[in-house]
Each structure stands twice: as structure tokens, then as C-alpha cells.
Design a protein around this ligand. Structure first.
Ligand SMILES: Nc1ncnc2c1ncn2[C@@H]1O[C@H](COP(=O)(O)OP(=O)(O)OP(=O)(O)O)[C@@H](O)[C@H]1O
Length: 710
């Protein structure tokens, strides 16, 4: 993934915003269990009363309370609470609440005294104001201290708080305050607040989803366009190295992997550590004594996930290679479908495809089965975790060391922690797979096309003549052991036809491919008008060359769009001239829509001969000083072949024409014939000269023509 990190640079603001929103979302999500615990603890159990410190005390209770407090504390009490007259209640003003709570000793004593002051318990009847009033001062203080101590010994602080809360509720009721209304107001307020938090969280989730989609689609688009631009600049050598099928897979499937993982990282995986940290902190604050349950569950979960991952990971990495393989097989079979049918090899090819398909399916099935097996284990861990928390928590609730709401919140935090770890472990599935894809993409992006423009290009004179010279040219395909061409020297003059003949595999196509620099020479040099072709920019060089490949390639569109491909300002006159010379007029004229007739992808709806003629016309329309025909007349009948060559001579007499041919009759009239044999130039001259002094040529000629025709 790091290899393509630079593609994320333009999206840094969006990523930062997404992280900030994830923080917001996680905080909202983590706050919800806390509020839920408040609804249970305060709303349901405490009747909506938040604090054990009474906010309003009746005059009677105030009187009792004052007897129960020491002198200094009684003074503090009157400092905190405002009392208006003997009949009026004592009220704790809003601002004083915090101040009182922070005075721990006073708060604790006030709570105990308040419990005693409101108690109906007959055993505390000794504490009635009348009784206390009748006691001497010393005795009274000792009696009160003793009772308070007893309470502290019997109940822990949490229990005392619960008792105080009940006392506050009772006191409120005695003062005519509607407890039910207090309770429902608290629940509604807290519930409303939870709703707002949930809405903020939802808004953050949607925005992060939107940002993640934008970033992943954007990165995918830039990767695809960079890959395409890079591949466009590749020479045949790079195509040979990667294979077309693999380049297609890299530009599609591999980019999709990156896109998918980018979305998942932004949407889920970035959230996981934030969520896990937040939930751990909150869970431990709620019930630190139960932290070990979560730690144990996470350990077991990570153990299981690591075992599964160690088995699945190599398989995940293999998937991309297998997708490549199936694409390669499918592509080869579909392009060669006619041959497959003609040779009745359908079942063989089906088996070949099935094998590749089965390999991919098997790996996919294996990985999916493994993942499916993982799921019940995870569910089991989650259920055992819930049960353990409820079991341990219930005991703690019974001991009054934990409140029910806190246990419920702890349970939710535990689930959030486990889910976060699960999300993180999922990252270990997708990230390695995407890294393989990133590596494959980077490999293409890092590969420099071996055919490059010169750093300091030279330019042609105003009018290019198109003289082509080969000087001691040797050529070896990248990675090949043997030379395909050995020490070739010749000159193709403008105004002349230079024909190249030789047996199959003798190096004819290799030779002419060196002129437009589809490959570069290994040794020697190829010159155009005396300039090494490697010193001229590729576009300037290729502008001078009308090239007709051995295998005609047409593009989807119309006949006209194919003819004017690569040429500017093509008018009807030019189109008709090229069609006439290439002997295409007749079949184009027969079509209802003429030049506007549709050509399907790859020229599937035109015949081989028609395809060849259209590609010849396409090269002629370019109006170049050099015309190269790589075995381009093979699909034409003898008569059409002769007519075409005659027209070429007449209309393009001043060009340099280089014709590769298998048929002797096509090249017999050429001013210069080059005879290739196993990559070597074994003959050079006119037909008659070669017949006399080149046995290879003589052999080829005699294999095709009778002595009389020669
Ligand atoms: N892309 C390539 N990589 C490696 N070797 C190649 C490649 N293309 C051709 N060759 C080899 O180079 C030699 C010359 O091939 P080339 O295509 O130039 O022959 P040719 O004379 O044009 O044949 P044909 O008349 O059948 O088209 C052959 O031995 C061939 O196997």
C-alpha cells in the first residue's frame, strides 16, 4: 500500500476531515451507553433523583438534621442552605451544589445525618429531637457519633448513597413534590439528549461514508488513468514482459481492490483504534474490577483470528495471480475462437478454462469457508463475554458494589471493544490483498518504456525525403538468446520499392519494426534521411511513416473514422483517392452508407481482405514519405494485388516503399529486393540479379513460379 501512497496526497484534507468526524462519531457512540446507564440508575432506580445530597429539606427535617450535625457542620449547613423563617424549607441554591459536593467530609456527614433525620426506624427513635433536646450536650454528641459510626460500619459508601437517595425521594414526597413527574422528566430529558447524540453520530457516519466514497473513487480514477497513460507509452518489449491480459487485470481488478480497501479503511478501520481506546477507558471507569473479562475475550479473539489469518493470508495473496491467469486463458480463447472451432478443440479449451476457473474457485471457496467458520467462533466469544459480564456483574449488583445501569453500559462497551478488534483483524485480511494489488500496479507504474524520446532531439530538414538506411544492424528481442537480425546493411531510396522476402521467421517483420522504433536496434543504427531514428522524437519519426501491420487492426466506428485515424483535415477527395488506390472503392460503394458504414470492434464485420485494404488506405491518407507494408497484400487476389501496386507506383511514386511479402509476384518488379534467411541478409538486388546469384531467392522463386514465369 505504501507504494501508491502518493495517490492519497490530494485527498489529505478529506481524510483529515473524515478522521475528525470519526472522532465525533465514536464519542457520540461511546456516550450513549453512559446515558443509558443514567436512565437505568438515576431514572428508573433513583426515581430521577441525581444526587443523594438533598436540594430541598422540610422545616421539620431541617430541625432534626441540625440536632444531628456537630456545631461547625451545622454552621456549614446554614452557610450552604438558605432558610427563610422557621416555617420555610431549607433550599440548596444551584450555585452551592458543586461547592458542597467538593467538601467531601461535610457531604458524607450530611448524607448520614440526613438518612438518620428522615428515618422511621424505631431503633433510631432515640434520635427524636425531643429526646436529644433533653440530653446534656456532651452525651448528645457522643450518642449521635456512635450511631453514625455504626451506620458507616454496617454499610459501604455506595449503599449509604442509595439509602440517602431513598431518603431524598421520601422527603420530596412529604413536601408534596410529584415524584413521578420528576422521574419522567429526567428520563425524557436524558432520552432526548441520547436522541440528539444518535443523530449527530448518524450525520457523521453519513458524511464519512460520502468522503470515503469520494476518496476511494478518486484514487481509483487517478490510478487507472496513470496506468493507462503509462501502458500507452510501453513498447512491444513491455507488452511482451507483462502480457496484455495481466495489464488489463492490473488496470481493472487490482485498482478495484485498492478502491475497496481505501473505502474500508476510511469507513471502518480508522474508527476501530479510536473506538477501542475510548471504549476501554470508559469500560474501566464504569467497572474497573471487570476489566479482566474484556482482556481475556480480546486475547481469545486475537488468538483465533491470528490462526485463521495465518492460513488464509497466503491464499489471499494468490488470488490476484489466479485472476490474471483466468483472464489470459479467456482472452486467448475468445480471440482465437474460430481456430478453436475449426480444429474441434472446444473440449480441450473448455478443460483448460475449467482448470484455471477451478483453481480460482477453489482458493475463493477455501478462503470463504475459513471466514465462515470464523464467524460462529466470534459469535460464541461475544455470547460468552456477555454472559460472563452479566454473571459477574449480577453478583456485584447484589453486593451493591455496582449499579445495574453501569453493568449494562459495561456490557455495551465490551461489545464495542470486541467489534473494534474484529474490525482491526479484518484489516489484516484486506490490506495484504490490496498490498499485492498495489505492488502489481506500482510495478507497471515504475516500468519505464524502453523506447524513449531522446533527451536532446534532433529535427528533420523542412522536407523529409524518407531515405531509410540500415547500418550493420543486429537485433535481439529482450530476453531472447539468439539474434533475430544479424549485421544488416542496406538503403531504401525514395521513389523506389524495397521488397523484403524470406522464409517464415527469417526476421522480415523484426526488420521493419525497427524503422518506426517499435523496438530499438541492439547494435548498429537505423537512419532516416541520415539521422539516427533514436535521435528524433517518436512523434516526429512516426509522422513520416505510413505503416500497414501484418495483422490489420480496425477500431469501432465508421469506415471514414478508421480511414482518417491519425490524419488531420481528411476531406472526401482524399478518402476517395485512398479508397481507389487501396482497391476499397468497390466494396465501400456497395455498402448502403458508404464511408459512413459501421465497423464493429476489431473490424469483426468486414472480411480479412477488406480489413487489409482499409488499413492500407489508412496509411496512404497519412501522406507520408515512407510507406511500410508488412505482408499487407497477402489477403488480396493476384489481380487486385497487381492493380494496387500499379496505383501505388503511379500516385506515390516519390515515396520510399518498403514491402514485406511472401509472394514473389508481389515483389518481382521492385527496384531492390532484400533476401533474409535466419536473420541474415543473404541477397540484395533486382529480381534478375538475385536469380543469378542468390540460391535462397532462387529457391523461393522456383517454389512459387514455373521456370517460364521466371
Ligand atoms: N516478440 C518476440 N519475442 C521474442 N522473439 C520473437 C518475437 N517476435 C518474433 N520473434 C522471433 O524472431 C524471429 C523473427 O521473427 P519475425 O516475426 O521477424 O519473422 P518474419 O520473417 O516476419 O516471419 P513471418 O513471415 O512468419 O511473419 C523468429 O524466430 C521469432 O520467433
Amino acid at each position: 500500500m505504501f507504494k501508491i501512497l502518493r495517490y492519497y496526497a490530494p485527498y489529505i484534507p478529506a481524510i483529515v476531515l473524515a478522521v475528525a468526524l470519526l472522532f465525533l462519531q465514536v464519542n457520540m457512540d461511546l456516550a450513549l451507553p453512559d446515558y443509558m446507564s443514567k436512565i437505568v440508575n438515576v431514572g428508573l432506580q433513583q426515581g430521577g433523583i441525581e444526587s443523594p445530597v438533598p436540594l430541598r429539606i422540610s422545616p421539620e427535617t431541617t430541625e432534626r438534621l441540625l440536632f444531628l450535625l456537630d456545631k461547625p457542620e451545622a454552621e456549614k449547613f446554614t452557610g450552604f442552605y438558605s432558610m427563610s423563617g422557621k416555617e420555610a424549607a431549607s433550599v440548596l441554591p444551584e450555585g452551592k451544589e458543586e461547592e458542597l459536593i467538593s467538601d467531601n467530609d461535610f457531604r458524607s456527614d450530611l448524607i448520614i445525618s440526613f438518612i438518620l433525620a428522615t428515618s422511621d426506624n424505631p431503633q433510631d427513635a432515640s434520635l427524636s429531637p425531643q429526646k436529644l433536646v433533653s440530653m446534656p450536650e456532651e452525651q448528645r454528641s457522643a450518642a449521635i457519633r456512635e450511631i453514625k459510626e455504626q451506620l458507616r460500619r454496617r454499610f459501604d459508601p455506595a449503599m449509604l448513597e442509595q439509602m440517602a437517595l431513598r431518603a431524598v425521594k421520601k422527603e420530596n414526597e412529604s413536601m408534596g413534590i410529584d415524584s413521578a413527574a420528576v422521574q419522567s422528566r429526567y428520563i425524557l430529558e436524558t432520552g432526548g439528549f441520547m436522541l440528539i447524540l444518535a443523530l449527530i453520530s448518524a450525520a457523521a457516519t453519513i458524511t464519512v461514508g460520502f468522503l470515503a466514497a469520494r476518496v476511494s473513487a478518486g484514487v481509483g480514477r487517478t490510478l487507472r488513468s496513470d496506468l493507462f497513460r503509462k501502458i500507452e507509452g510501453f513498447s512491444n518489449a513491455e507488452f511482451d514482459h507483462f502480457s496484455t491480459a495481466s495489464l488489463i487485470t492490473r488496470n481493472t481488478n487490482d485498482v478495484v481492490q485498492i478502491q475497496r480497501v481505501t473505502f474500508m479503511i476510511m469507513r471502518m478501520m480508522l474508527m476501530a483504534p479510536i473506538m477501542a481506546t475510548g471504549a476501554v477507558i470508559r469500560a474501566f471507569t464504569k467497572a474497573p474490577s471487570m476489566g479482566w473479562i474484556i482482556a481475556l475475550a480480546v486475547l481469545v479473539l486475537l488468538g483465533i483470528v491470528s490462526v485463521v489469518m495465518s492460513i488464509a493470508l497466503p491464499k489471499f495473496k494468490a488470488i490476484q495471480g489466479l485472476v490474471d491467469k483466468i483472464n489470459k486463458v479467456a482472452r486467448e480463447q475468445l480471440t482465437g475462437l474460430l481456430v478453436v472451432r475449426a480444429f474441434n478443440r472446444q473440449s480441450f479449451e473448455k478443460d483448460r478454462f475449467d482448470k484455471a476457473n477451478r483453481e480460482l474457485t477453489d482458493v475463493n471457496l477455501f478462503v470463504n469457508r475459513l471466514m465462515v467458520t470464523l464467524m460462529p467462533f466470534i459469535t460464541l466469544i461475544m455470547n460468552v463475554l456477555s454472559l460472563t459480564i452479566i454473571w459477574v456483574g449480577a453478583h456485584k449488583v447484589a453486593e451493591s458494589s455496582l449499579q445495574v445501569g453501569d453493568m449494562m453500559a459495561f456490557l455495551q462497551y465490551a461489545m464495542q471493544i470486541v467489534m473494534s478488534f474484529l474490525m482491526l483483524s479484518m484489516a489484516f485480511i484486506f490490506i495484504p490483498r490490496a498490498s499485492v494489488s498495489a505492488g502489481r500496479i506500482d510495478e507497471v507504474l515504475k516500468t519505464e518504456g524502453s523506447i524513449k524520446n531522446p533527451s536532446r532531439p534532433e529535427s528533420f530538414a523542412d522536407r523529409v525525403r524518407g531515405k531509410i538506411s540500415f547500418k550493420n544492424v543486429s537485433f535481439r528481442y529482450p530476453g531472447a538468446e539468439d539474434y533475430a537480425l544479424k549485421n544488416i546493411s542496406f538503403t531504401a531510396e525514395p521513389g523506389q520499392t524495397t521488397a523484403i522476402i524470406g522464409s517464415t521467421g527469417s526476421g522480415k517483420s523484426s526488420l521493419i519494426n525497427l524503422i518506426p522504433r517499435f523496438y530499438d536496434v541492439s547494435e548498429g543504427e537505423v537512419l532516416m534521411d541520415g539521422k539516427d531514428v533514436r535521435k528524433i522524437t517518436l512523434s516526429a519519426l512516426r509522422k513520416q511513416i505510413g505503416y500497414v501491420p501484418q495483422k490489420s487492426v480496425l477500431f469501432a466506428g465508421t469506415i471514414e473514422s478508421n480511414l482518417s485515424y491519425g490524419s488531420e483535415g481528411v476531406d472526401q477527395e482524399k478518402l476517395e483517392k485512398a479508397a481507389r488506390i487501396s482497391q476499397s472503392s468497390e466494396f465501400i460503394g456497395r455498402k448502403e452508407e458508404g464511408f459512413d458504414s459501421q465497423v464493429s470492434q476489431g473490424g469483426a464485420n468486414v472480411s480479412g481482405g477488406q480489413k487489409q485494404r482499409i488499413s492500407i488506405a489508412r496509411a496512404l491518407i497519412k501522406d507520408c514519405p515512407v510507406l511500410i507494408f508488412d505482408d499487407s497484400f497477402s489477403a488480396l487476389d493476384f489481380k487486385t494485388d497487381a492493380r494496387l501496386r500499379g496505383e501505388l507506383e503511379r500516385e506515390y511514386g516519390d515515396t520510399t516503399r518498403i514491402i514485406v511479402a511472401q509472394r514473389v509476384s508481389t515483389i518481382m518488379q521492385a527496384e531492390q529486393i532484400l533476401v533474409l534467411d535466419d536473420g541474415k541478409l543473404v541477397g540484395k538486388g533486382r529480381h534478375s540479379e538475385l536469380m543469378d546469384n542468390c540460391p535462397v531467392y532462387r529457391e523461393i522463386v522456383l517454389s512459387q513460379l514455373s521456370i517460364k514465369e521466371v
